[in-house]
Write a protein that binds this ligand. Structure first.
Ligand SMILES: [Fe+2]
Length: 253
């Protein structure tokens, strides 16, 4: 596979590529995946332990513990540690420069659910510009984001816009749970118009007009432009006994 051609293709619609049976069904998916990703660009740390390859699978013990304590999973765990669907988002919104590309390789998938959802936010931007400029104006302003999962010594909240667009750059940065937590930490409240804008955006993020869906099987890989596409998944069951959904993820800049 020509890596330059592959990267170039991620700047054109549909801004992602699925490679079926990436490792030809052999066992060494993780290693082959890591080698492939490091050839494409600079790998980015994904947490405070500087992990460059992260497993996306539900942390069953933590989930059960939180449930026991009646605590909300969403406000504590990172999305990739849960089995929840929805919450269409971009990766690394808590980083000054979110990764340009995300690559995910599938080790196993759940029988039902666990579909990958990819959303074209450039189309959403253009839709808002035409139909709802007032909402777009709000989403181009700064919001607090919790910088979850990293150590920023006391500065675990920063403010950034959801849509950033200039002649040369387009960047969509959004993970609603981190924003809501950011406001909680700052002891501030999102106003009515901001909440309305988020609700409207969430609706568009799950509108069929802007979405492509794909289901990864064992050995498949997806690479996507994280500045233009938002992503998420459908809810899936966690099952301690059987193989649950498990992907490897690498961020590339
Ligand atoms: Fe993600």
């Amino acid at each position: 596979m020509n890596t330059q051609k592959l990267l170039q293709s991620l700047y054109e619609e549909p801004y992602f590529k699925v490679v079926k049976k990436f490792n030809g069904g052999k066992k060494s998916l993780k290693k082959k995946f890591y080698n492939f990703a490091t050839n494409l660009g600079h790998t980015v740390s994904q947490n405070k332990n500087h992990k460059k390859i992260v497993e996306i699978k539900p942390d069953i013990n933590k989930i059960l513990n939180l449930k026991k304590k009646n605590k909300k999973i969403k406000s504590v765990l990172r999305y990739h540690q849960t089995n929840l669907g929805g919450s269409i988002h971009s990766d690394g919104p808590q980083l000054s420069s979110p990764p340009k590309f995300i690559i995910m390789a599938c080790e196993s998938n759940s029988l039902t659910g666990g579909d990958t959802i990819l959303v074209n936010t450039l189309k959403i931007y253009n839709y808002l510009k035409k139909k709802k400029p007032d909402i777009l104006k709000i989403l181009k302003k700064n919001f607090y984001f919790e910088r979850r999962g990293f150590n920023y010594s006391g500065k675990n909240v920063f403010s950034k816009p959801i849509f950033l667009k200039s002649k040369k750059k387009f960047l969509f940065r959004y993970l609603r749970d981190y924003i809501e937590k950011g406001y909680e930490i700052k002891k501030k409240k999102l106003n009515k118009n901001q909440t309305f804008a988020f609700n409207y955006l969430d609706k568009l993020l799950s509108n069929r007009k802007f979405i492509k869906k794909t289901k990864l099987s064992k050995g498949d890989l997806v690479i996507l432009n994280n500045h233009i596409l938002a992503h998420g998944r459908t809810t899936f069951k966690i099952d301690k006994q059987r193989n649950t959904r498990k992907l490897f993820r690498i961020w590339i800049n």
